[in-house]
Ligand binder design. Structure first.
Ligand SMILES: Nc1ncnc2c1ncn2[C@@H]1O[C@H](COP(=O)(O)OP(=O)(O)OP(=O)(O)O)[C@@H](O)[C@H]1O
Ligand SMILES: [Mg+2]
Length: 459
């Protein structure tokens, strides 16, 4: 973060200083919302949330080294007080981005794969210059300010994961952090319960390219019928990536090995190079192409891009992460997130990796799918069966029953259990050496804990 005095912060956010003995006291960053993560010089941001009130932790945060607090009421610590903390964060972020020099700001959105792609960006663009990217999946109106504030002064690239759950959300983010490059990966059924329809989702995601000036670069998925037309919504230069012939950044000759890793021939206007991804699942080809498009426009040669992509690993946890148990059972942890598209991608990866092994799909529930939820769960179960998954374990006390019904009707051996404890007990009996297991669900289904149990299971 650009060092700023508490006095300047108060001016920028239209706040007032409270209990501040020294308005020149300098905040060196980062912004912190969890008082346990405070480091010296931080600005502790106190939200009055549903579960906890950050103001209760403000004094502790300052005792731990925070230079001050941004909050909405006096809290026994030096503070900049405002009526709306979120709005103040946006103002602060706008001020900081306006003062960045020599930094290319890249926004990444899409229904699936934002975090995976952001992590790929971080590893590939590092070959061209200092790159700072969103930590974890902090892609909302709090995460973007945190990421901007922690950007080092010598960064050449700032990669911002940007999420949306409705119209106007991305515009809100790009207003505070205007982009040079807007990447749209795909439009699927994720969060469709909030958006209304896939078309509404496309409208919302299209705000990212629409935010660019004529100097910007829109990076769009040519293979996605709801993404490609976003070219009409931007005055920026457009580059298409994909497998179809119209894409300037293209993958051909795609294959997937028994480890579930995809290889392909990357074509850019500067030439071709072979890529061998380490990430599991063919769906990462598309994510890799989006990264290659930006890398190409940043001056990296095809061979360098291909080499960086081929060495990149999944750096944020619970996304198709492979654990090999000593008894020969392989557990793939994909329990961070699930929607119909990423479920399908994961089941396809499982099928590609089977190599004669027995496959077990442990499928938790997908959240936020709205009225179509039951049908989407049934479709996922049916797809699991169609792809030849040997055993489907549906976990949950709601729509999991539909997953199970789809799988059973499709002919897969199917079990339905209501919670992760029951799933753990069932799997203890069921699994045998050599099995290939995937665990996938929305985060709130809590199956990350099941993965932990499975990976640690006595053998
Ligand atoms: N292009 C893609 N198409 C379909 N599924 C994908 C794609 N890329 C990644 N996935 C899968 O989607 C799931 C979520 O990936 P990731 O966390 O990268 O997405 P995200 O968009 O950041 O999600 P969130 O909305 O939770 O931030 C993982 O299971 C991942 O393997
Ligand atoms: Mg994410």
């Amino acid at each position: 973060m650009q060092p700023m005095s508490l006095g300047t912060i108060a001016e920028v956010v239209d706040g007032r200083l409270e209990q501040v003995p020294d308005a020149d006291a300098i905040v060196t960053g980062p912004l912190v919302v969890d008082s346990r993560k405070v480091t010296p010089g931080a600005l502790f941001v106190a939200f009055d949330g549903e579960r906890a009130d950050g103001h209760d932790y403000a004094a502790g945060a300052v005792a731990a080294g925070a230079a001050g607090v941004l909050g909405s009421r006096p809290c026994g610590a030096p503070a900049v007080l405002v009526s709306d903390v979120l709005a103040a964060l946006a103002k602060l972020t706008r001020w900081q981005t306006a003062r960045m020099r020599g930094v290319t700001r890249i926004g990444v959105t899409g229904s699936s794969g934002k975090t995976s792609t952001k992590d790929l960006f971080a590893q590939v663009l590092a070959r061209a210059g200092v790159t700072h990217a969103t930590a974890g999946s902090q892609n909302n109106e709090i995460g973007v300010p945190l990421t901007v504030a922690s950007c080092p002064a010598d960064a050449r690239f700032l990669v911002l994961e940007m999420g949306a759950r409705g119209i106007g959300h991305l515009t809100y983010l790009t207003d505070m952090a205007p982009l040079d490059v807007a990447v749209v990966l795909n439009v699927g059924a994720a969060h469709v319960g909030e958006f209304g329809s896939k078309e509404d989702t496309a409208k919302a995601k299209g705000e990212l390219p629409a935010s660019l000036t004529a100097h910007g670069l829109a990076v769009l998925n040519a293979d996605d019928a709801l993404v490609a037309p976003m070219a009409a919504r931007t005055s920026a230069q457009v580059v298409f990536f994909g497998r179809c012939e119209t894409a300037q950044i293209r993958a051909t000759d795609v294959s997937v090995d028994e480890g579930g890793r995809a290889a392909f021939l990357l074509t850019t206007p500067a030439g071709q190079a072979r890529v061998q991804l380490q990430l599991l699942g063919e769906h990462h080809v598309s994510n890799a192409l989006a990264v290659a498009a930006v890398a190409h426009h940043s001056g990296l040669a095809p061979a360098e891009i291909a080499d960086a992509l081929s060495h990149a690993v999944a750096s944020t946890g619970s996304r198709m992460q492979r654990h090999d148990r000593p008894d020969g059972v392989t557990v793939i942890d994909d329990a961070y997130n699930a929607n119909p598209d990423s479920m399908a991608a994961a089941l396809r990866a499982l099928a590609a990796m089977r190599a004669g092994r027995r496959t077990v799909a442990v499928l938790g529930e997908m959240r936020e799918l709205g009225a179509g939820s039951a049908g989407e769960h049934r479709t996922v179960g049916a797809l699991a069966a169609e792809l030849g998954t040997d055993i489907v374990v549906a976990v949950g006390d709601g729509d999991a029953a539909h997953t199970a019904a789809g799988a059973r009707d499709g002919g897969a051996q199917t079990h339905l259990v209501t919670n992760r404890q029951a799933a753990a007990r069932l799997l203890e009996d069921l699994l045998r050496p050599g099995d290939l297991v995937i665990v996938k669900a929305s985060l709130s289904a809590g199956l990350q804990a099941l993965v932990k149990d499975l990976v640690a299971a006595p053998t």
